[in-house]
Design a protein around this ligand. Structure first.
Ligand code: ATP
Ligand code: MG
Length: 259
């Protein structure tokens, strides 16, 4: 039954039509399911359709084929359960950090005292408890991205979609964000779909790594990562880690082809 899945992507395709009427089929026959609480990384070459997939799952755009179900329900009924974090934090510069975190609740008309307490707790959890009333220009890039993650979490999403959230960060900040996101994920119990260009990052974080091949985007591999948790930096140097990373790497650039 579909209900047992946090998200079901059933035979999904997406074709963009250009102004001159030419069709560009970006995704075709995509089929995969995410169990509640699972952390799934998505990797694939640039242009293979990863962002298109996340936008389609988040309801920002409709698929041209197939269907997406959230806990067995059509996506339009499940949008409240989904939150997305983009590559750039996109914070509003005239609002302080706490007010940025609370923005989605204002849209929903549910900014309550309790929600404000929770937003403060989230900022605390990502180490920014003392910056709640500061503004984004007073923060580093990594700190801004942490605020954006709090903004996504404040609605208690059951599914968190992340599109290269740490792509712009330096290697050390990225490592600490990777440890932090694992902690957040364990604390909240949400399911995560995490797009990244970094194979080590994909393997380090995930229960499964889904590899998307391009022209058109299709799943060419779904690799289970059975490394122990919690995973610290030391796990990135283990032979088991390297084996998984090598396996994932071998699928990158595989063209799915049109059948
Ligand atoms: N709104 C759009 N209209 C038309 N074509 C689009 C649109 N969005 C994306 N595309 C096309 O779809 C294809 C996949 O783009 P997408 O952004 O999903 O790739 P990606 O895998 O996220 O790439 P990257 O790793 O570079 O972020 C590209 O050929 C792109 O030009
Ligand atoms: Mg992208």
């Amino acid at each position: 039954m579909n209900n047992e899945y946090a998200i079901s992507v059933n035979n999904v395709g997406k074709t963009y039509r250009s102004r001159d009427g030419a069709d560009n089929t970006v995704l075709s026959g995509l089929d995969f399911h995410v169990r509640p609480g699972q952390f799934v990384s998505i990797v694939g070459q640039s242009g293979s359709g990863k962002t298109t997939l996340l936008k389609t799952i988040s309801g920002l755009q409709d698929p041209t084929e197939g269907e997406i179900l959230v806990k067995g329900r059509p996506i339009r009924e499940g949008l409240e359960d989904i939150a997305m974090v983009f590559q750039s934090p996109v914070l509003l510069p005239w609002r302080n950090n706490l007010d940025n975190v609370l923005l989605p609740l204002e849209f929903r008309g549910t900014r309550t005292e309790e929600a404000t307490r929770y937003a403060r707790e989230l900022l605390e959890m990502v180490g920014l408890g003392d910056r709640a009333t500061r503004y984004s220009y007073e923060l580093s890039g990594g700190m801004q991205q942490r605020v954006a993650i709090c903004r996504a979490l404040v609605t208690h999403p059951e599914l968190l979609l992340m599109d290269e959230p740490f792509g712009a960060l330096d290697a050390m900040t990225r490592d600490s964000m990777n440890i932090e996101i694992q902690r957040i994920w364990r604390n909240t119990g949400c399911s995560v779909l995490f797009v990244t260009h970094s194979i080590p990052e994909a393997v380090w974080l995930a229960d499964r790594v889904v590899v998307v091949g391009d022209r058109p985007g299709r799943i060419v591999a779904d690799v289970e990562i059975d490394l122990p948790r919690p995973r610290g930096k030391e796990h990135r140097f283990s032979p088991a880690f390297s084996e998984h990373a090598t396996e994932v790497e071998s699928y990158i650039g595989v063209t799915a082809g049109i059948s």
